[in-house]
Design a protein around this ligand. Structure first.
Ligand code: NAI
Ligand code: MG
Length: 361
């Protein structure tokens, strides 16, 4: 049956960049015979404006029923004073929670034409293509007990790092599955030298590997050493799998290996559905960019590359994902630049639509 896609453009530049993705989707339908059953709905402030909630139950239900969700961005100054329970961000958090999206994927891919945007030297990052898989729903950000208590007449701040073996096993499986679609290598990062949860993490990843993925190459690294290696020689990695806290830091670090926020896609994956593909939500890393919203100059590439990830990981269309990423690479090589990509070496200035036109061409 026709693969289904729920599109939630959201707020600010969300609808602007998503409009370009819609054109890309239409192109695949018309030119590659790859049709999608697309529905579009409201999320975030846009949903609050109409329904008084950042995500209706109907939209939530629709998200549970499709092959993939593609989201633009939510939030903006108009909604800053809203009650916490109806803030735009709550719409996105509800999607992530109810779809149980426990694996957050952040690729760090260096497009040659932008290698000088990296915080590292060109020869260190050129050709870089790694994927960080961060556990997203457990660990020290959620563990109990937590809080600020008074002990011996002073305040104590408490958080607890806690991982069950099933939580570790499922995110490990996500990483191994991804590796099979990439360069077949996984590096697991923890601090088994000083943390009990790290010891268990290493054990469980090793067990899942031996039992289910012996064909994938597995290595282990302490997360602090991993941070060093990511800046020293990032191309040694293919897929990195790590916990929520280390993944938060390492994925932000890896993001800056490749440059602009307007270039960074992401995916959040859950358990496999009946068709064997994981539940999935794809979104650019950036937010609603109220400072440039409505001006037609947002970079649509992060959102377009998020759709490329959907092609690859939800729709089994790796070759078509390559085609789309190749088009992005080509227009960058031609020198086309939205304002956020305009560096000292200059380039041909384009807006959101112009960038979309060039990628389609
Ligand atoms: P932001 O990512 O929206 O913007 C940060 C800076 O990067 C701004 O100067 C913006 O103009 C620029 N930028 C971001 N995306 C760009 C693009 N595609 N092309 C060109 N320039 C781009 O983060 P900020 O300003 O902290 O947050 C703005 C709003 O977005 C807030 O309401 C925040 O809560 C929300 N937000 C939503 C996220 C989401 O929907 N997942 C993630 C981050 C923030
Ligand atoms: Mg972060």
């Amino acid at each position: 049956s026709t693969p289904s896609l729920l599109i939630l453009p959201g707020d600010g530049i969300g609808p602007e960049v998503m409009a370009e993705v819609r054109r890309v989707i239409d192109w695949f339908g018309a030119r590659r015979g790859l049709a999608f059953d697309v529905t579009e709905d409201l999320v975030g402030g846009a949903a609050w404006d109409v329904h008084g909630t950042p995500l209706t139950d109907a939209t939530m239900e629709a998200a549970q029923g499709v092959d993939a969700v593609l989201l633009g961005a939510v939030g903006g100054p108009k909604y800053d004073d809203l009650d916490f329970s109806v803030k735009p961000e709550r719409g996105l958090l509800r999607l992530r929670k109810e779809m149980d999206l426990f694996a957050n994927l952040r690729p760090a891919q260096c497009f040659d034409a932008l290698a000088d945007f990296s915080s590292l030297k060109r020869d260190v990052v050129a050709g870089l293509d790694i994927m960080i898989v961060r556990e997203l729903t457990s660990g020290v950000y959620f563990g109990e007990p937590r809080g600020i208590v008074t002990e011996n007449n002073e305040r104590v701040g408490i958080n607890t790092q806690r991982y069950t073996e099933s939580e570790i096993a499922r995110v490990a499986r996500s990483a191994f599955e991804l590796a099979r679609r990439r360069d077949n290598r996984v590096c697991s990062m923890e601090k088994a030298n000083v943390m009990e949860s790290g010891v268990l993490w290493r054990q469980v990843v090793t067990e899942v590997h031996a039992a289910e993925y012996p064909d994938v190459e597995l290595s282990h690294m302490y997360a602090d050493a991993g941070a060093m290696q990511l800046t020293r020689w990032p191309r040694q990695f293919d897929v990195i799998v790590t916990d929520n806290l280390f993944g938060d830091l390492l994925s932000d670090l890896a993001a800056m290996l490749t440059g602009s926020l307007g270039m960074l896609p992401s995916a959040s994956l859950g358990a496999p559905m009946a068709n064997g593909r994981p539940k999935a939500l794809y979104e650019p890393v950036h937010g609603s960019a109220p400072d440039i919203a409505g001006q037609g100059k947002a970079n649509p590439i992060a959102c377009i590359l998020s759709f490329a990830m959907a092609l690859r990981y939800s729709f089994d269309q790796g070759a078509e994902a390559d085609r789309l990423e190749g088009a992005v690479q080509a227009v960058l090589a031609q020198g086309l630049r939205t304002p956020d990509l305009m560096g000292p070496e200059g380039g041909t200035p384009v807006g959101t639509r112009g960038m979309g036109d060039a990628i389609l061409a």
